[in-house]
Design a protein around this ligand. Structure first.
Ligand code: 8YV
Length: 329
């Protein structure tokens, strides 16, 4: 019996390709070219499954052109690269890669918060540029993490991980805002208090964003929200580009309306708003919050598990759409 044909749209671990090759006729992109949409469609012709990362957009136009496609397995917890309505309309199953990256991403959120509040990037650039000639009492003074108020917008699994680190590790007072309030047991575990978004922005010393990107969360933080924040506050975005209005943030940082920001994700990435590149009080990283070797391996394995389980007739492990039966398509 011939194996189903699948495409791995970006470079990935050799072991993942080997494993998938036991089940599928695999075409992979080990040169890691970022294919324009037309080429991705071309490559998907005749494929029944695709292993995607956050950079491949799966929409109605692509699905119209690839009628054999049955499943898109994303190696990411976020799946805003999927047009879910179009996938449902085309009877295509979508899966994501949750849980395996929660703690790693929460670690990174905390690292970025600390680097931002304590001005680590800025001071390192100063040192590397040979500008450090004497110690000074006020050199690179930042703001404290311990004992400060941490405001988390988006209290899913990663948000909860950050809350626990803040409350239990650093004695922070944790306030959060979310579409729905956590149950009392989870709030107690995270030592977190539910507040409205405006109250959070006014009171937090550090604001961390961990919401999924949807049309409703577009520009959750813009000029109006930045104006509510303390002038001493820091803002960290490890969620998605587009959650923050990057132009408004660059202006707020330039005018010192907030103290500093740490950004791992950007509107239109991998492009970065040019104004963000010119302000010193921002720490910029290239979407690496989940980037540890074990976690990236686990994410790749989970995407592979989804493909294997789906074609094995068991149903995918972590679907984000209603599951299409193999027979139906
Ligand atoms: C991924 C992420 O590395 O999981 C997510 O949603 O943002 C990152 O962990 C990225 O999306 C590549 O797939």
């Amino acid at each position: 019996m011939s194996k189903p044909k699948i495409l791995i749209a970006r470079a990935i671990f050799g072991e993942t390709i080997e494993r998938l090759s036991q089940h599928f006729d695999v075409e992979s992109n080990q040169t890691d070219d970022v294919w324009p949409k037309a080429l991705l469609i071309e490559k998907l012709k005749g494929k029944e499954g695709v292993f995607t990362t956050g950079s491949e957009r799966i929409d109605g136009e692509l699905l119209d052109a690839c009628p054999e496609l049955k499943i898109c397995a994303n190696m990411a917890v976020g799946y805003n690269n999927f047009d879910i309505d179009a996938m449902v309309a085309h009877g295509v199953t979508g899966t994501n890669a949750p849980d395996v990256l929660t703690e790693t991403t929460a670690d990174f959120g905390f690292a970025l918060l600390m680097a931002t509040a304590r001005r680590i990037s800025e001071s390192e650039h100063y040192l590397r540029a040979g500008k450090w000639t004497k110690w000074a009492y006020d050199m690179f003074s930042g703001s404290d993490i311990h004992g400060a108020t941490l405001g988390i917008i988006g209290m899913g699994r990663i948000g909860q991980g950050i809350a626990k680190r803040g409350a239990h590790g650093f004695g922070m007072k944790v306030i959060y805002h979310n579409r729905s309030r956590l149950d009392a047991a989870l709030e107690a575990e995270c030592k977190a208090t539910y507040v409205g978004k405006e109250e959070l922005l006014r009171n937090a010393d550090h604001v961390v964003l961990v919401v999924p990107y949807t049309p409703a969360s577009h520009h959750t933080i813009g000029a109006v929200e930045l104006a509510l924040m303390k002038p001493t506050a820091t803002l960290v975005n490890i969620a998605r580009g587009g959650i923050v209005d990057d132009a408004a943030l660059a202006a707020a940082l330039r005018d010192k309306r907030i103290a500093a920001a740490g950004l791992d994700v950007f509107e239109g990435e991998p492009k970065v708003h040019p104004d963000l590149l010119t302000v010193p009080n921002v720490v910029l990283t290239p979407h690496i919050a989940s980037a540890t070797v074990p976690t990236r391996r686990a994410m790749a394995e989970l995407a592979a598990d989804n493909l294997i389980a789906f074609f094995g007739g068991k149903g995918p492990v972590t679907p984000v759409t209603p599951v299409t039966s193999l027979a139906k398509k």
